[in-house]
Design a protein around this ligand. Structure first.
Ligand SMILES: C[S@@+](CC[C@H](N)C(=O)[O-])C[C@H]1O[C@@H](n2cnc3c(N)ncnc32)[C@H](O)[C@@H]1O
Length: 361
């Protein structure tokens, strides 16, 4: 994740000559709005920083498989593994102490890939047009049918009996594992009136970085420290109250044995029709192949030098996790790209998962 790796140009060129057209998603849905930059002429490789939908040959896959087999051949001893799991929050907190908000880039692509983050605008007046998808009233909420129009003040301190931060909004987003706010601030600068954003992280330093940001606005956003692996997680909103749960490179940092419990718990907070939006590392991403032997915890799960952990998903695993939590697939894509460092003339194969799963109506 932190150093560039070089690919033999010949293997890149071979791949490029097999570049497919944009993938269509299952069951005849329209193609996903992933980037549309397709490399059809290998001579143009250094003209852009990123090429989309790069196919891997059987040889490419076999090379990757062998690298993973090698770097997984020695496992971290069980007594050390317990430490990475138990102290995951301390390792991430140390990460933010070291890097502050300088490590990750702002997720400026969020709205292109996840337009579901935008509600369709203020709620219609009583008797007006029907509410758009994902705007249903939360189960268990005491809001009247006509409440939830424009944004109200006092997101942190609702005044109604039974009110909670953001209780008067009609579209609620939770970002889990918000880190230093690289998704939070692009979202806050773009959301429609009536939308409220919650964000949590188990690193107190990360939460502090978000709250200290000049663009942080507690009337639009509530940020709190929460470990979502805790079975007794207490969230500042009731079950069935969220329209969207955003998981950006966070599930991969959770122990694979805890992932299902996390999704099961979080899905209770979605409204019927609400959506998980997920982006994370895919199997055989460059950052997986680059691990040195001795950093592997279990299959496809590694500890980095700074003690933070990372898992690399396949499409089937993502599908199994979300559907086992009672959700329906809307999109489940493997985003295979060539990232190009034009100055250094280096190309890197990246693999990310991008998925959308919906709670049935
Ligand atoms: C790779 S960072 C991604 C941060 C942010 N989502 C982004 O895209 O920039 C993973 C984040 O998940 C947080 N995290 C990991 N496990 C968590 C857990 N069990 N509960 C809450 N946050 C967690 C970490 O502290 C870290 O901020």
């Amino acid at each position: 994740m932190r150093r560039a790796g070089r690919l033999p140009l010949a293997s890149v060129v071979r791949s490029l000559l097999r570049v497919p057209c944009r993938p269509s998603s299952r069951e005849g849905r329209p193609p996903a709005p992933l980037g549309a930059r397709i490399l059809t002429n290998p001579d143009h490789i250094f003209q852009h920083n990123m090429w989309d939908h790069v196919q891997w040959s059987e040889e490419d896959k076999e090379n990757a498989r062998q690298k993973v087999e090698k770097n997984s051949s020695v496992r971290i001893p069980p007594e050390e593994q317990v430490n990475y799991d138990r102290n995951a929050h301390l390792y991430w907190d140390g990460f933010y102490e070291m890097h502050q908000n300088k490590f990750f880039k702002d997720r400026t692509w969020l709205f292109q890939e996840f337009p579901e983050l935008l509600s369709a605008g203020p709620a219609p007046p009583c008797g007006g047009a029907s509410a758009p998808q994902l705007r249903d009233t939360a189960e268990g909420e005491s809001l009247g049918d006509c409440e939830g129009g424009g944004r109200r003040e006092g997101g942190e301190t609702g005044s109604q009996a039974g009110a909670f931060p953001g209780s008067e909004a009609d579209f609620r987003i939770l970002e889990v594992g918000c880190g230093a706010g690289n998704s939070v601030f692009p979202i806050l600068s773009s959301i429609n009136s009536g939308t409220f954003l919650y964000c949590c992280d188990f690193s107190p330093r990360a939460v502090q970085l978000v709250k200290a940001h000049p663009a942080y606005d507690p009337s639009l956003c509530h940020t709190f420290v929460q470990d979502v692996c805790e079975e007794a997680s207490l969230f500042p909103f009731p079950p069935g109250s969220l329209n969207v749960i955003l998981l950006i490179f966070v599930l991969s940092s959770i122990h694979p044995e805890r992932m299902q419990g996390v999704l099961n718990r979080l899905s209770q907070y979605l409204k019927p029709g609400g959506m998980f939006l997920f982006r994370d590392y895919g199997r055989y991403d460059l950052s997986q192949l680059r691990f040195k032997t001795g950093r592997c915890l279990s299959e496809n799960f590694y500890s980095r030098g700074d003690g933070t952990c990372v898992y690399f998903f396949t499409k089937d695993e993502v599908h199994h996790l979300f559907t086992s939590a009672g959700l329906k697939e809307v999109q489940n894509l493997e985003d295979r790209r060539l990232q190009v460092n034009r100055r250094k003339k280096v190309v890197m194969r990246r693999v990310w998962m991008q998925s959308k799963y919906q709670k049935p109506l």
